[in-house]
Design a binder for this molecule. Structure first.
Ligand code: AHM
Ligand code: MG
Length: 329
């Protein structure tokens, strides 16, 4: 007998119909899936085509742009714009929000098309992260930047591994796997495990002495209770935490020997890295906070590329670290 796994699009169709929703979101998601598959193709052939190196330019955040950053960004922009459903998009690779269908569009999309840049030259896993918010249907649209709390969906592709995890507002967090004909199939609901046995701690350990003394103290006393894993690509590291539980963190850097290198707001970007993973984490029963222990989902962005510290994962562990952060050393 032939076996057919449920595809993501069928899953979403059922979801929309069950909740009496329109099909606009399906059209948007179709464009995001097309983009992910095309990025996956360029990444798999990246070494052969000489696409894993530098593009030769520097972005608004002062970082060297990679060829793959440009390719992935162009791919996402193309498909989002073709969907006709996007009002504006915020991309890590573009200084200002990209106007798309200002009059007729229905969604805002915040995305990082190629996250985990240090893995790119090695062709190791990277992410394509996105968050979606909706037009203000009850009044005039003011195009303001939305906090994670008002996203309707957020997701991530781990490329080229072929996994796709998406959270839908109040409908859980779901993982799909790419099949032989490039469909994402076999939904599995993701819920952070309560049993601490599998929990992991994930952060850039090379930075440990630059963290606040309160956090250093917590790490010294507690981290040995958990396995340590760090890939250096948020999508991959968070993918593990969603399955095994524990905490991913990218803390504020406040004790760097060269004070110019301190990053009191951390490194990760609020709109398309922190809020995306925070939204997914909440739908999986977890929690995400910043250095001041504020819920990431409540932080209203003032600028599209705003940074934030991020503590993300199993609620009891995130709460424990948040409590430690508020202790004066
Ligand atoms: P990027 O957008 O330049 O790739 O930076 C974001 C990435 C995340 O994927 C990852 O969690 C973090 O930066 C790793 O940073 P570091 O190399 O400092 O550990
Ligand atoms: Mg990034």
């Amino acid at each position: 007998m032939l076996q057919f796994e449920q595809t993501f699009m069928d899953f979403l169709l059922e979801h929309q119909e069950r909740h009496n929703r329109t099909y606009h979101f399906l059209i948007l998601m179709n464009s995001i899936l097309n983009a992910a598959k095309r990025i996956q193709h360029y990444y798999l052939t990246g070494a052969l085509r000489g696409n894993l190196g530098l593009a030769g330019s520097v972005n608004v955040q002062g970082e060297n742009v990679l060829k793959m950053d440009e390719i992935a960004n162009d791919v996402v922009k193309h498909y989002l714009s073709r969907s006709g459903r996007v009002i504006q998009a915020v991309s890590e690779e573009e200084d200002v929000p990209i106007d798309m269908n200002l009059e007729g569009g229905r969604y805002f999309v915040y995305y990082d098309p190629m996250d985990g840049s240090s893995n790119v030259p090695h062709n190791l896993p990277v992410g394509f992260l996105f968050g979606v918010a909706k037009r203000n249907l009850d009044g005039p649209e003011d195009l303001h930047l939305r906090p994670g709390r008002s996203y309707i969906a957020a997701g991530m592709f781990v490329i080229p591994t072929g996994t796709f995890t998406i959270a839908l507002r109040q409908a859980g967090c779901w993982r799909f796997h790419i099949d032989e004909i490039q469909n994402f199939v076999k939904p599995t609901r993701m819920t952070l495990p309560e049993n601490r046995k599998t929990w992991e701690v994930s952060y850039n350990s090379a930075n440990r002495e630059t963290y606040s003394s309160a956090l250093q103290k917590w790490l010294a006393a507690n981290e040995r209770k958990y396995a340590f894993r760090y890939l250096g690509a948020l999508a991959g590291d968070f993918h593990r935490i969603l399955t095994n539980g524990g905490i991913f963190m990218y803390p504020a850097i406040v004790n760097h020997p060269d004070p110019k290198k301190n990053r009191p707001s951390g490194k990760l970007r609020l709109m398309y890295e922190a809020a995306v993973t925070a939204f997914m984490c909440h739908e999986a029963g977890g929690l995400a906070v910043d250095e001041q222990a504020r819920s990431i989902l409540d932080v209203v962005p003032e600028t599209p590329h705003q940074r934030t510290a991020l503590y993300l994962g199993s609620a009891p562990l995130v709460q424990e670290v948040a409590a430690a952060l508020s202790q004066k050393a």
